[in-house]
Design a binder for this molecule. Sequence first.
Ligand SMILES: [Zn+2]
Ligand SMILES: [Zn+2]
Length: 340
Amino acid sequence: MTMAKSRDAVKELVPTELITTSDSESDSEGESNADKNDIKDISKSSYHSIISPWLGCLVWPLLLTVPLVLTCSSHSYDKVFPKSWYEYNSEERPKVLGLFLGIFTVAVGQIFVLIFFYLYKHGYLGPIPKSIQAKGARQYEWSEGVATHFAQPEGFVLLVLYLSITWMLNWMPASYYSFNGFIQWPETFFCLVLQDGIQYAMHRLEHVVSFEFYEFSHKPHHRFTNPRLFDAFNGSMADTIIMILVPLFATAHIVRTCNVWSYMAFGSLYANWLTLIHSEYVLPWDGVFRFLGMGTPGDHHVHHKFFKFNFGHLFMWFDQLGGSYRSPKEFSRRAFHENV
Ligand SMILES: [Zn+2]
Ligand SMILES: [Zn+2]
C-alpha cells in the first residue's frame, strides 16, 4: 500500500478537519497541494455552514454592551463615575450622564449592526446572502449607504433631539433617571411590545386617514419598494414624529417603572431592530424570529412591496390579530426568493 492510499484510508475514519499532512509524507508535490486544498475547502465550508451563521447572532447581546458592562460588578458605574454625575433629584435639572450613556448605547449598537451587516453582506459570515426580493438587492456604495443612514435629519438627528429635550426638561417619569439596579428584562420587553403596538396603530392611521395625510407623512418612506438596511430612517420629519416619537413618549408614560439601564436596553434594541428589518437580505436568525412572530426583513419587505399588509415592525402579533399579516413565503418565486 502506498503512502497516499494509506492516508486515504485514514481520511475515511478521522474527521477531515483533524487530518494534517506534511510535505515529507507526500508522494508528490502536486498531490500534496491538491489534498491541502481539499482540506482547506472542507474546513472553510464547515466554518461557513456550521459556525458562522451563529457568529452573526452575537450582534444581539452586543447591542446591550454599554448597560451590561456598566452594571457588572467589576466595571460598575459607581466605580467609573462620581456620584454627583448621576444622582437624581427631581427638584434639580437632570444630570446629562444618563442622556449621554443612552445615546452612546444606541451608537455602539449601530456600530455592531454595521460591522455585522458588512461582514454578512460580503460573505465573511457564510455564503453571499440571497436578496429577499426576486429581482435582487439594490446595488449601492457602502460609504453612500452609511452616510445616508446617519445624515437623514428625520432619522438619528431627530431622535437625539427628542431624547435630549425629554430628558433635560424632566419630561420622563422619575424612575428613568435612576441608576439603581440592572436591566429590568420584563419592563424592557413590555416597552418593546407596547412601542410596536402604538407604532402599529399610528402606521395604520397614516395609511388610512386620508391620501393628503399619507402623502405628507408616510409616503416618502414608501418610495422604497425594495428597501435596503440604510433606508430604515429615511422618510419625513412628520413620519418620524407620528410613528416613532409619539409612541416613544406614550410608552415611557405607560411603563413608568423603568430605570436608566432598561431605557438604554429598550432604546438600543428598538432602534437597531428597526434598522435590521430593512435589510435587503434574509438574516441568520429569521427562521426563529418568524416562528415566534417577531419581525424579520422578509415580513417588512412585504409591507414595502404591497403596502396593505404587515404594519407591525418588531412583532407581527398585531397584524396576526388584526388579519393583516402575510408571510413573505406567500409571495415566493414571483416577487420574493424561495428562501425568505
Ligand atoms: Zn420601512
Ligand atoms: Zn407603511
